[in-house]
Design a protein around this ligand. Sequence first.
Ligand code: NDP
Length: 252
Amino acid sequence: MGNNRLAGKVALITGGARGMGASEAQLFIEEGARVVITDVREDVGQETAKRLSPDGSVCTFLRHDVTNEADWSAVVDEVVKSLGQIDILVNNAGIFERGSVLDTSLEDFERTMDINVTGVFLGMKTVVPHMVKRQKGSIINISSVAGIQGTPGFLAYGASKWAVRGMTKGVAKELAPLGIRVNSIHPGIIDTPMLQTFEAAGEGVRDAVRTRIPLGYEAEPIHVARMALYLGSDESAYSTGSEFIVDGGWTA
Ligand code: NDP
């Protein structure tokens, strides 16, 4: 059991069927929040919601493609109708693809930007009007260490995560007078299905990373979830427009 650090709050977490989003959902619920997770992976999303809240009282799942504006409207309308408010938005859904400047196709570039950048933009655009009405809210955009430093071989991914960091700062300044905070989290290497798929393809990410990470190991999703908890709670009241790095010292 937690310490009710999110008591009374409602959180919307995209890409929450598995990985970091699911871990954030679990921790937020333990801390007293009601959570709606959304994802394109419908079966896994339903299972995760059921596992976190067998009676559906503190967690539900909605199918949602973050690149689709109509999906965003439907999801936000549904959450506001059923739970009355949105206090925390975690723009977590994202994809990770390899490709250098020479071998990234326009199609791959646009797909990555669509999910990782347009998805975050649409999330903020759709949720902010509801937060403005209540003059409060915390938006957490999941970027990456690839949005802190150059990442050779990940042209589109790096571009998308720098864009998330940049949007976060501009929007934070726009919304600060309205009581809404916007921050980005920059995970390093986190052991999620995304990483496991990459590793299974023979990329050797874990070995490469262990040699570069001062703490010497990749993180578990809970390490990032704890940072999201801090940013979603009122404990972080004086932080907005900032980067919160969870990378074991990689970019130090
Ligand atoms: P996972 O792939 O484990 O989970 C992300 C979920 O988002 C998946 O279920 C994925 O479905 C879903 N998703 C993909 N596209 C969409 C879409 N258009 N609409 C809604 N949902 C979608 O990823 P992680 O938990 O590892 O990553 C979460 C976030 O953290 C991402 O933004 C990622 O870039 C970032 N990150 C991850 C790091 C890591 O080491 N794991 C490091 C730094 C940042 P599907 O599997 O079908 O694509």
